[in-house]
Structure formats: C-alpha cells, structure tokens
Design a protein around this ligand. Sequence first.
Ligand SMILES: *Cc1c(COP(=O)(O)O)cnc(C)c1O
Length: 422
Amino acid sequence: MEKKPFLTLQQVQEITKTYPTPFHIYDEKAIRENARKVKEAFAWNPGYKEYFAVKATPTPRLIQILHEEGFGCDCSSLPELQLSDVCGVKEHDIMFSSNVTPAEDYKLASDLNTIINFDDITHLDFYDKVVGDWKETMSCRFNPGGDFVLNNSIMDTPQEAKYGMTREQLVEAFKYMKQKGVKHFGIHAFLASNTVANAYYPALARILFQLAVDVQKETGVHIAFINLSGGVGIPYRPSQEPNDIMAIGEGVHQAYDEVLVPAGMDDVAIYTEMGRFILGPYGALVAQCIHQKHTYKEYAGLDACAANLMRPAMYGAYHHITVLGKENALCDHTYDVTGGLCENNDKFAVDRNLPQIDIGDYVYIHDTGAHGFSMGYNYNAKLRSAELLLCEDGSVEMIRRAETPKDYFATFDFTGLFDNIK
Ligand SMILES: *Cc1c(COP(=O)(O)O)cnc(C)c1O
C-alpha cells in the first residue's frame, strides 16, 4: 500500500515558523477515527475495553483524547500510573500489567484501585506482604511456553519470554487469590509483537478462552475478563497489508461463540492493551536535512537522530521515509539517512532509494506514533524533541515542548554552576 504523509510540505513550512525541526507530530482526526473503528470491531462484546499501552506514547494530551474515545490505560510503572491518574483515567480504567514490580508500584496501583495483573506467582506473597489489600477484581498473566505458531510459521517464542506464569502456576495463583477474597478474575497474555496478520488475536483468544473454561472448571472461580494485551501490528513497509480490525474483532467473536458461550461463560469481557495499532501510523517524525556527505556512500544527515527514534538503530526496524515536496519524484538516489550520534548505528535508513535530498529539505519519517518519542534517550547529550498535535480543525498545538540543555542538567545539584545556561 502506498504510504502517504498526513502533512504537506506547505504545512510543514508553516509549522516550522513556530516550531523548529525535529518534532514528532500526531494526527488527531485519524487517531479518533481509528479509535472508533476499534470500538466498533468489538462492539459485539458489551464489556469490551481498550487499555491503551501508555509506554507506547506517554503524552497527556493523547491519553486524554483516547480517554474521551472511551479508552483506559495500561500502565507498568509508578510514573505511568501517576500520569494516567492526572489525565483523569481512574480506578478500573487502569490496568496495571507490570513485571519485576517494585513494592511502591504495587502500593500505588492498589491505592488508585486499578486492576492489578500479576506477572508471576511469587508476586502474590510479595503483594500480600507489601500491600495486602486484595481487591474483588484481579488478574494473572499467562505464558504457554513453546513456540507460538500461526499459519505454520513461528510468530514468536513464549518459552524465551520472561513474562507470565505457567498453566499450573496460574491455577495455583487463582486458588490463592480466591482464598484472599478475590471474586472476579482476569487472564492476560502477550504472545507475539507487531503481528501484521488478522489471525493473531483470534488464535490467542482461542487459547485463552479454552484455558478460561478449563480453569473455571478446576477452581470454580468467576472469570470476568480475558485481556488479549498488545501485539497487533502496523504496516511499516509499503509492501505490507494493514490489519483489518473489523476482521480481527469478528475472528475473536467467532472463537468466543465457539468456546466460551457453549461453556456458559457468555458474560466474559474482552480487554485489549494495544499501543502500536492505536497510535503508530498517526504520528511522524519531521526532520530537516542539514548536511550531505559523499564518501564511500551517500549520506543525508538530519537534525534528528536515534535519540528521537530508536527503533531503526535498536531493531533494524524499517520506517518509511518521504522527502516532502518530492512525493512524486523518482527514487533514483541511494542514501544512508543518518543522525548525528557518535554511533554508526544511528541511521534511520540504510541503502534507501529516495529522490535526491537537498540541504534544507524536510524529511517525513512515517509511523512514529507509538514506541517512537517514548523510547528516546539522551546519549551524546542529545535532547528530546517537541511533540505537536495536528488538531481536527487543522491548527497545530504543542503538546510537549522540546528539551533544553537545562533539562539535561536538571539532575545535577551544582548550585549556581548552570545559572547562565539557557
Ligand atoms: C508493550 C505492551 C503492550 C502494547 O504493545 P503494542 O505492541 O504496542 O501493542 C501491551 N501490554 C503490555 C503488557 C505491554 O508490555
């Protein structure tokens, strides 16, 4: 599928009069439309709720927009809990799916009356000691081990994943929690990441639904919800077909009717914790070419670097690139598109066929709306960029300012030393 920027060169030229590059920018209209489609896909399930994975894009304005569309938050750390709370997302609209969880995090998750999802059976005793406030509704994370196979190909390897409990541990955990007074139970699992395959959620759902039926029989507990977690992917490459969320919802519906309904479990709510699918395509990193280099290869050097978008450097991930204003130009040049970190993996693209890039050209890096800005870091004392919102009415709002050197120095306490730095 052709990948089109949601901004034109003219719009970017206008925006940069106020906000210099680089910046991440998000498309409010498309975010809301996608959110409504997600809800529609699962509308057959009265209890359905999406808990947006905050780690994907922990930006208050975006969390508020998603909350307005009826989404909750999936948190895994104390500051993520605080962030969701101040954004007005409260109590059971927060799912706390963490691992290697510190005591303070459990304490706050409990104080905020969130739905706590235990990653490991040993966490039950830990929680009992450090918090002890058992809730009516709680959850456990499942890991089936082995390989996760879909259409004869291995999608991921749960046996290598640190998350979740074995089946035996899950049963034991539910019995323990029942004794502590828990009344409504959830089962959660995340088996494969960035799946661009409509069959992923339905296959996962079938595994968890069967488990729920068996566990309910074995323990007599009430299974209130199944959380399919995240992992629904997006087409980073033009050659990929996007997921069809309606088909995904229908696939889960079918598994529900075939497995849960005959077992008399037709009151089970479906939860999801998507991050990438919710925001990924609706954010972009806009940067400017500031240098050109011709050595053994052709380099286009941007004013953004891996500190603004780590996925290419970290995973070799593909992000599509459009040179704004040259959308229809021939891709008859081959570039490494780089940032300025003193690290050779700081490349947004390697050997990418693109139109000729001139100094001053604006480069639009697609699909940075999830796991983009949020993975940023300060190596080489590079600073994080601003985040902007392209509002539904076409105006642009700054929803996070860019870092300044003062932010970078803020954790030092050399009183007076940095006073003259802007
Ligand atoms: C990261 C994460 C998600 C979101 O994953 P996506 O790939 O963005 O959909 C959901 N749940 C948990 C527990 C996670 O760690």
